[in-house]
Design a protein around this ligand. Structure first.
Ligand SMILES: NS(=O)(=O)c1nnc(N(Cc2cn(-c3ccccc3)nn2)Cc2cn([C@@H]3O[C@H](CO)[C@@H](O)[C@H](O)[C@H]3O)nn2)s1
Ligand SMILES: [Zn+2]
Length: 252
């Protein structure tokens, strides 16, 4: 995984006008009364596999129909859930991609959805300005375990190296905070190809996880079993990018 500071050499859009993540400054966000609640329909979700793809751990879903969608909020259409994955650091409270008033969290969950009403495939949607919607849950490290995150962290030993394994149905709604109040802004993928195709929906309330649970993410490796070098997977987060005049709207 190359460093974010050199991505612009192969992906000039890295220096574009709607890059992610950003630092969210709550009192500068615009309260927009027209922003309704986000609505999550994940009950028929069928998670398929959990994969260490060499830069994060990803749980993929069956996105061949509209069984798992997000809608409402800033979205004009329902967006299909494709996968969720995490970003984290190597210790303490650094590891999230978005920061809030300059403060970072220990980790960040991204639920990646695509606009299957307007676009035929994820790949096509991923290059369109309204193609993707990513719902963000910030993970705050304190003492206690998150009661559902252990389902994921207990499976991580199976994907220590760059491999994939099947998982039973896992409804990611259990990894979200109780309040669905959010900030929203137009941005990009935070890893190459950095397409400027994402409507970001960042939940304001973090979820609480334990150091032990975070530690299990850090035992993952960027490398495959066959490689003799063993590089721990950590700090797979991009730092905040310039706002370039964008407005962040708030649902409350
Ligand atoms: N930090 S975050 O902002 O949220 C994310 N950052 N990257 C994400 N994904 C990777 C990705 C690749 N592409 C893309 C799009 C068009 C052309 C070339 C690459 N866009 N995003 C999300 C993601 C993509 N995929 C892959 O999509 C392919 C096309 O459908 C599929 O063939 C693969 O099996 C599947 O792995 N998975 N996840 S999200
Ligand atoms: Zn991500």
């Amino acid at each position: 995984m190359s460093s974010p500071s050199v991505w612009h050499k192969n992906y000039p859009v890295a220096q574009g006008n709607r890059q992610s993540p950003i630092d969210i400054v709550p009192h500068q966000a615009l309260h927009d009364p027209s922003l309704g609640p986000v609505v999550l329909n994940y009950d028929q979700c069928t998670s398929m596999n959990i994969t260490n793809n060499g830069h994060s751990v990803v749980v993929q879903f069956d996105d061949s129909d509209d069984r798992s969608v997000i809608q409402g909020g800033p979205l004009d259409n329902p967006y299909r859930l494709k996968q969720f994955h995490f970003h984290w650091g190597e210790k303490g409270c650094h590891g999230s991609e978005h920061t809030v008033a300059g403060n970072s969290y220990a980790s960040e969950l991204h639920l990646v959805h695509w606009n299957a009403v307007k676009y035929k495939t994820f790949g096509e949607a991923a290059t369109a300005p309204d193609g993707l919607a990513v719902l963000v849950s910030l993970l705050h490290k304190t003492g206690d375990d998150h009661r559902w995150l252990h389902v994921i962290t207990d499976a991580l030993y199976m994907v220590k190296f760059k491999v994939s394994t099947t998982v039973n149905c896992f409804n990611p709604k259990c990894l979200l905070p109780s309040s669905l109040h959010y900030w929203t802004y137009l941005g990009s993928l935070t890893t190459p190809p950095l397409h400027e195709s994402v409507i970001w929906i960042v939940l304001r309330e973090p979820i609480i996880v334990s150091e032990k649970q975070l530690g299990k993410f850090r035992m993952l490796l960027f490398t495959g079993e066959e490689e003799d070098q063993r590089i721990r997977m950590e700090n797979n987060f991009r730092p905040p990018q310039p706002l370039k005049g964008r407005k962040v709207r708030s649902s409350i």
